[in-house]
Write a protein that binds this ligand. Structure first.
Ligand SMILES: Cc1cc2nc3c(=O)[nH]c(=O)nc-3n(C[C@H](O)[C@H](O)[C@H](O)COP(=O)(O)OP(=O)(O)OC[C@H]3O[C@@H](n4cnc5c(N)ncnc54)[C@H](O)[C@@H]3O)c2cc1C
Length: 488
């Protein structure tokens, strides 16, 4: 039938899959999203227990305009679906020497805080200006564009970015650059931390990635009213209005192909015809289970994966003066990253992240209580004894928090749920439970991520954190934007 809509099948309802589905629906496709589990969101999920609500995965949103774009595709306003709160304090830092620093999102306030605490404000200001300059110079090409086609390499944005490569600090590591920029070990640790935003190691990852700090410090940190999962719910509402069909508890087990085209997706029960297929599944798993290609799978498995996380969700019957985001640094950051990437074990001292959404969303915890998401970076799952590692981490975390806050934390825990890298692997299909696909621990990592398209099949595309441009909500949204630009 000449006027029948073309059909798009999206495999996986992670943020990248939902965004791609919306973009194709806006283009006129009839879209079906196949999701193995019983709910949308993938790594972005939530959990409730005894009156507490917890975001299970992401806790911090940057670049919210990428969400706005999705609503605008349908002539809608994001504010009518999702309220975003800009956080005045992006993070409250506690250093191992007992000192403390609040990173205010307003730079004048941050400058004052830095001054009050005796830090070199000029060095921080110049550093953040430099990161902003680098981001603005290169983001269009490296983040919002495929870098895997000759046409984009020779485009104006491509030529401009490639010409600027020597200004991107590709050959220094994040840590080396931060040490040169600040000298002060607390500031170095603070800015080294941004390597973990894509699961990498600041002692190995190129200093180019120091740009990540620009997003949080210069463009702001956001939290939706109602918590991070509201992002998924808002997009889902938009998707339903766009008549996108979601099939839950429906695992895609294979593709149907004809020559250089994919003609459908296969589940245990049916074959669904498709004019176009987009995979939002971890790309390594895709080549093992959905389009088995042993050579490609093995090649992807050989590459170093990003770190994972060990998370304790604690319903806490207490009120603290903590902020939404809080970091309690370890004494020896290097040992922590050696544990994450070399020995694949937890170090004996750990940096602890505490996220309390009830600070701005009081409904997330009963009155007089707080919902603590307590996370430490963990190595990818390679079969470690997670019961042992969890006990060890819990002990270290309690000791550290008790000392820093002068409390007996254990006695306030009303409810506890624990998620290990193995759980993340099982729940989201992320190979070895890594949060961000492959690590970015080499200067060429940005070029080595899987493209957003298939070279073998002309109507097969890829979104999500395991492909270009990388992990984290903004980059997953960027991957969907790139797929949009590659499809008709
Ligand atoms: C603890 C934690 C903290 C994080 N913190 C942050 C943060 O603060 N900020 C940030 O920006 N990012 C953060 N991230 C990373 C962010 O969550 C991810 O990068 C992003 O959500 C990944 O989305 P995705 O599109 O790759 O899909 P995923 O979330 O990986 O979802 C893929 C989906 O595909 C489904 N699937 C797999 N196989 C099949 C199949 N065969 N058939 C059908 N469906 C299938 C899975 O069930 C899953 O739902 C965090 C992640 C975690 C786990």
């Amino acid at each position: 039938m000449a006027n029948q809509k073309p059909t798009a099948c999206v495999i996986g309802a992670g943020i990248g899959g939902i965004a791609a589905a919306l973009r194709l629906a806006a283009k006129g496709y009839h879209v079906s999203v196949f999701e193995k589990s019983d709910a949308p969101g993938g790594k972005m999920s939530q959990h409730t227990s005894k009156g507490y609500r917890f975001d299970m995965g992401p806790s911090l949103l940057t670049l919210p305009h990428l969400l706005d774009d999705l609503f605008e595709l349908f002539g809608k306003k994001r504010e009518d679906y999702l309220n975003l709160q800009s956080l005045p304090v992006t993070c409250n830092y506690f250093f191992s020497d007992g000192s403390n620093l609040r990173a205010w999102s307003n730079f004048a306030d941050f400058r004052k805080e830095l001054e009050d605490k005796g830090f070199n404000t000029v060095a921080v200001e110049q550093y953040l200006e430099k990161q902003a300059f680098r981001y603005n110079l290169t983001a269009d090409f490296f983040l919002f564009n495929t870098i895997h086609k000759l046409s984009s390499l020779i485009s104006e944005a491509g030529r401009k970015s490639l010409k600027a490569l020597h200004r991107l600090d590709v050959l220094l590591t994040m840590h080396r650059r931060n040490k040169k920029s600040f000298g002060n070990s607390n500031l170095v640790q603070l800015f080294d931390r941004y390597a973990t935003y894509n699961g990498s190691n600041p002692y190995k990852a190129p200093a180019t990635l120091n740009m990540i700090a620009h997003l949080e410090h210069n463009t702001g940190a956001y939290l939706p009213q109602g918590g991070m999962y509201e992002i998924v719910l808002a997009l889902l509402k938009l998707a339903k209005e766009a008549e996108i069909q979601f099939l839950y508890n429906t695992e895609v087990t294979g593709l149907v192909t004809k020559g250089r085209e994919v003609t459908g997706v296969r589940t245990n029960d049916y074959i669904y015809p498709a004019s176009i297929v987009i995979s939002n599944v971890d790309v390594t798993l895709f080549y093992r289970d959905i389009l088995p290609r042993e050579h490609r799978f093995k090649k992807l498995m050989r590459r170093e994966r990003s770190s994972s996380a060990l998370i304790f969700y604690w319903g806490m019957k207490l009120n603290t003066s903590l902020d939404v985001h809080n970091i309690f640094f370890s004494k020896d950051y290097k040992a922590e990253f050696d544990g994450l990437f070399k020995t694949k074990t937890l170090a004996n001292d750990l940096t602890v992240y505490v996220y309390i959404s009830s600070k701005v969303n009081p409904a997330d915890a009963p009155t007089g209580s707080e919902n603590w998401f307590v996370m430490v970076n963990a190595p990818e799952n390679i079969g470690q004894n997670w019961d042992f590692e969890t006990d060890k981490a819990r002990h270290i975390i309690l000791e550290k928090l008790n000392e820093a806050l002068n409390l007996n934390i254990d006695s306030y825990i009303e409810t506890e749920t624990i998620v290990t890298p193995l759980d993340i692997e099982h729940r989201t299909g992320s190979v070895n439970g890594s949060l961000y696909g492959h690590s970015s621990n080499s200067p060429l990592a940005a070029f080595m991520r899987h493209p957003n398209f298939s070279r073998q099949y002309k109507n097969l595309y890829f979104t999500g954190g395991s492909v270009h441009p990388g992990g984290g909500i903004p980059l997953c949204l960027a991957s969907a934007k790139i797929v949009d630009s590659l499809t008709q």
